[in-house]
Design a protein around this ligand. Structure first.
Ligand code: NAD
Length: 491
């Protein structure tokens, strides 16, 4: 298996096959692709390179499993999800090791992700028995109206590598709670965590065909097209970039699928003069540098009011100097590698562009070839301006650009000057301002005096070109249900 990794206590969680119709399978073509550890670039293992025909087999399995699964009671599905949740908790260390191996994030972060990911199964096990309709007073005499909620059917799920467990459970949890069956394409970069989750689904007694995991790297677009054009698939839920989201939406139009898309962000992070400096710095560290800046809700543009700007720059840079970058398993490491060298190139280009236009690097700014080709120094740049690439594009890496602003009106305008709107953050002690800014930001999620907003209990999602639909919370299950209205006459 390539190189040393802390051994899994349960080796049977490490798979090299896809999971279809309750069985571990290879691609029909026999082809495989290699997966590498982003820290060392060594091969972790291989997974089947599946194509349209393999995907179709998974769709057929999910379709065959649907009639009996949709008839199970919410309480029965709750029990299955609860078992799956408990198995994730019981195997949390092994799951975290797999996440660190294939994604690179430090073990502490990986353990946090497992708890967050399992939380969606726990949450939706509680929602499953409560998906019921209404009785409605009719306006037509003699009529009676009621509604029932029914599963949309077979769902196609596509998720990215940055949260190898949580992005998948955030979709499968509500889908199963609603009574849907699923075909999930695991991320090419991080398929092993998804496969381990499938193994736990098997042990939890989820019936064959209800959860199917297909794997692909080179054939990703082909798998995506099969899922989005299939008349059997009634819903597609995608988390990833805005560009791929637009493509999948086009592909889904032929069969008019129900869609939910969690796409790219470009989060503003605003610190007003009246904020508590320590809390704002801690919030910025958590929001900007978690997973080395590779989260969709990461602060991308940090706007600091002029009265506190210099103090904030210095305190923030000081904290970043204390980071330890390295392999995710290494003792004391706070920040890991980026996922691949393309990500490093994008980060380097954003830094170069900022420096050429007058940005001043306070910390970092360089690649880290001594550690490996996927490492980039955590970087802080001050004196940013709105012309720089970092102001317009999602960096998705460990670079914090600090912009100075004077007035509330000016910063709201700048914060909203982007096509996307996922998360936004601000720090202030003024209660009226807190309401004003929370209402003014064009985003789906706001953090006030905190840099972390993710919680299974809270609705997660964006506005504008960050997509639509909500995951988690009481709303998450609605994405997988249709409302059927029944009118009974002649009463
Ligand atoms: P990406 O869009 O390139 O890939 C995401 C997933 O889609 C991967 O599994 C990939 O294999 C698959 N994919 C790519 N092309 C496809 C196609 N043609 N058909 C079907 N599937 C395809 O995104 P990425 O660069 O891997 O991930 C980072 C992006 O994801 C960022 O923009 C980030 O903001 C976004 N993201 C959003 C959220 C959210 O909840 N809004 C969460 C995490 C990441």
């Amino acid at each position: 298996m390539g190189h040393s990794v802390p051994p899994l206590s349960d080796k049977s969680l490490l798979k090299s096959q896809a999971y279809v119709n309750g069985k571990w399978v290879d691609a029909k073509s026999g082809k495989t692709f290699e997966v590498t550890d982003p820290s060392t670039q060594k091969t972790i293992g291989t997974m089947p390179e599946m194509d349209a025909s393999d995907t179709q087999a998974a769709i057929d399995a999910a379709s065959a499993a649907l009639p009996s699964f949709r008839k199970t009671t919410g309480r029965e599905r709750a029990r299955m999800l609860r078992k799956w949740y408990q198995l994730m908790v019981d195997n949390a260390d092994d799951l975290a090791k797999l996440i660190t191996w294939e994604n690179g994030k430090p073990m502490a972060d990986a353990k946090g992700e497992v708890a967050y990911a399992a939380g969606f199964f726990e949450w939706f096990s509680e929602e499953a028995p409560r998906a019921y309709g209404d009785t409605i007073a009719a306006t037509i005499p003699g009529n009676r109206i009621f509604t029932i909620k029914q599963p949309v059917g077979v769902c196609g799920l596509i998720t990215p590598w940055n949260f190898p467990a949580a992005m998948i459970t955030r979709k499968i949890g509500p889908a199963l709670a609603a009574g849907c069956t699923v075909v999930a394409k695991s991320p090419g970069e991080t398929p092993f965590t998804a496969a381990a989750l499938a193994e736990l689904a098997h042990r939890a007694g989820i019936p064959a065909g209800v959860v199917n995991i297909v794997t692909a790297m080179k054939n990703t677009a082909e798998v995506g097209e099969t899922l989005t054009s299939s008349p059997i698939i009634k819903k597609v839920s995608f988390t990833g970039s805005t560009g791929v989201g637009k493509l999948l939406m086009k592909q889904s139009s032929g069969t008019l699928k129900k869609l939910s898309f969690e796409l790219g962000g470009n989060a503003p992070f605003i610190v007003f003069d009246d904020a508590d400096l320590d809390i704002a710095v801690a919030g910025a560290i958590a929001s900007k540098f978690r997973s080395s800046g590779q989260t969709c809700v990461c602060a991308n543009r940090l706007y600091i009011q002029s009265g506190i700007y210099d103090k904030f720059c210095d305190a923030f840079a000081e904290k970043v100097k204390g980071f330890k970058v390295g392999g995710g398993y290494d003792e004391g490491v706070t920040h890991g590698p980026l996922i691949h060298d393309r990500a490093v190139s994008k980060v380097a280009a954003h830094v170069k562009d900022a420096v050429e236009q007058g940005g001043k690097v306070l910390v970092g700014g360089q690649k880290m070839p001594d550690l490996g080709s996927n490492f980039f120094q955590p970087t802080v740049i001050r004196d940013m301006t709105s012309q720089m690439s970092l102001a317009h594009e999602e960096t998705f890496g460990p670079v914090a650009g600090l912009f100075k602003f004077d007035t509330e009106a000016e910063v709201v305008k700048q914060a909203n000057d982007t096509e996307v709107g996922l998360a936004g953050y601000f720090f202030s002690k003024d209660i009226q301002r807190c309401y004003r800014i929370a209402e003014a930001l064009e985003v789906g999620m706001v953090g006030i005096n905190t840099g972390l907003v993710s919680d299974a209990a809270a609705p997660f999602g964006g506005v504008k070109e960050s997509g639509f639909g909500r995951e988690g919370s009481k709303y998450g299950i609605d994405e997988y249900l249709t409302i059927k209205m029944v009118t009974m006459g002649g009463m």
